[in-house]
Design a protein around this ligand. Structure first.
Ligand code: PLP
Length: 390
């Protein structure tokens, strides 16, 4: 099928929740191709999903091998990949146990349910989230998302959420009540425009939560899995959260979500309290295990820190020739180029020139390339940006 034929099928049969423009039919490394064979340098990476690039041979081999052994069994039986992956994730993060699901929203739902269950006896059920955050599209996570544009028309919202201002500890303090069960925060707001949290804000949150017997959760769905130059973005701040959610890059493209908690909360859920038919699916877990293997062996987290710093410096030097760039911000390979104008036309020009980027917010070009990009890809991206920025 060509792009036009694909588009017509969508128009007739797929609900119009997205506004696509191009087709993608093949991917390899940091490049994808459309149905007409046009090549794109991919600095979107499926929205920070393809951390190892597209169709990484070791991940593809792991998927194929597992798919020919067992695709699905049900969580009513033991399977071997889920606990192996849980051990790896626990050792890389909080040291407690893991629950598996299939997406970022579901992972945040699991954190919210865990906080409510743990707080039930004391009447603690409220979750404080930040304005400008993003936590997903289910009713509860859409309510947790502190941006009215995602909520409009879906009222009534789920009870039990309060909002505070990101990077403003006093506003979190003001939102605390005797019913507060948890605070949920992104260390780097992704959909909010690639905004890193201030060190003092996170340190203050940890202290505030501990003092008030409130759980502190980090949404690591976009910023986790090495993207920011640490395994998880909270690790830039020298604190231990009570729980984290992850998804996007975890299996390099297969659907998976997970939460990991501090050992104190490992057994809050007992049998029957939470579940997911596909959670911990053997094929998704095999892909995640292979993804972790490659990330560790090839030191991709360190590479993300180092390549990200170089890319950010180079982007800053572009401001001399392109004064429309107001600021370059981010952590590791999670970078936002803030313009003084709507960035959609620039993203469209880049796409026409052969480079994919996804705007976040109205004026921020988001750069979240595969973590294994090299000097050539960085140089090509800079030259395309130089060409397409006003
Ligand atoms: C993408 C994202 C989510 C939602 O993940 P889904 O898999 O789309 O449900 C939640 N939180 C953050 C920070 C995200 O970037």
């Amino acid at each position: 099928m060509n792009t036009q034929e694909i588009r017509e099928l969508y128009d007739e049969y797929v609900m119009p929740t997205y506004a696509q423009s191009i087709s993608v039919v093949r991917g390899e490394g940091a490049r994808v191709w459309d149905a007409e064979g046009k090549e794109y340098l991919d600095f979107a990476a499926g929205i920070a999903v393809a951390a190892l690039g597209h169709c990484h041979p070791e991940v593809t081999a792991a998927i194929a091998a597992q798919a020919s052994r067992l695709v699905h069994a049900s969580n009513l039986y033991y399977t071997e990949n889920a606990p192996r992956l849980a051990r790896r994730l626990s050792n890389l993060s909080l040291g407690g146990k893991v629950f598996f699901c299939n997406s970022g929203a579901e992972a945040n739902e699991a954190l919210i349910k865990l906080a409510r269950l743990r707080g039930a006896e004391k009447g603690r059920f409220e979750v404080i989230t930040m304005r400008n955050s993003f936590h997903g599209r289910t009713l509860a996570t859409m309510t947790a998302t502190g941006q009215t544009k995602y909520q409009h028309g879906f009222e009534p919202l789920v009870p039990g959420f309060r909002y505070a201002d990101f990077n403003d500890l006093e506003s979190v303090r003001a939102a605390l009540t005797p019913q507060t069960a948890a605070v949920l925060v992104e260390a780097v707001q992704g959909e909010g425009g690639i905004l890193p949290a201030a060190y003092a804000f996170i340190a203050g949150l940890r202290e505030l939560c501990t003092k008030n017997d409130v759980l502190l959760f980090f949404d690591e769905v976009q910023a986790g899995m090495g993207r920011t130059g640490k395994w998880f973005a909270y690790q830039h701040y020298g604190i231990q959260p009570d729980g984290i959610s992850m998804a996007k890059a975890l299996a390099n493209g297969l659907p998976i979500g997970a939460i990991c908690v501090d050992p104190k909360w490992s057994d809050v859920f007992s049998p029957g309290k939470h579940a997911s038919t596909f959670g911990g699916n053997p094929v998704s877990c095999a892909a995640a295990l292979a993804t972790l293997d490659v990330m560790q062996r090839d030191h991709l987290v360190e590479h993300a820190a180092e390549a990200g710093a170089r890319l950010m410096e180079a982007l800053k030097s572009l401001t001399v020739r392109h004064p429309c760039i107001q600021m370059v911000r981010g952590l590791g390979l999670m970078i936002g180029v803030v313009l003084d104008r709507p960035c959609r036309p620039v993203a469209d020009a880049l796409q026409a020139a052969g480079m994919l980027v996804i705007p976040t917010g109205e004026k921020v070009l988001r750069l979240v390339p595969p973590l294994l990009i090299g000097d050539n890809e960085i140089a090509q991206a800079l030259s395309l940006l130089d060409h397409c920025l006003p």
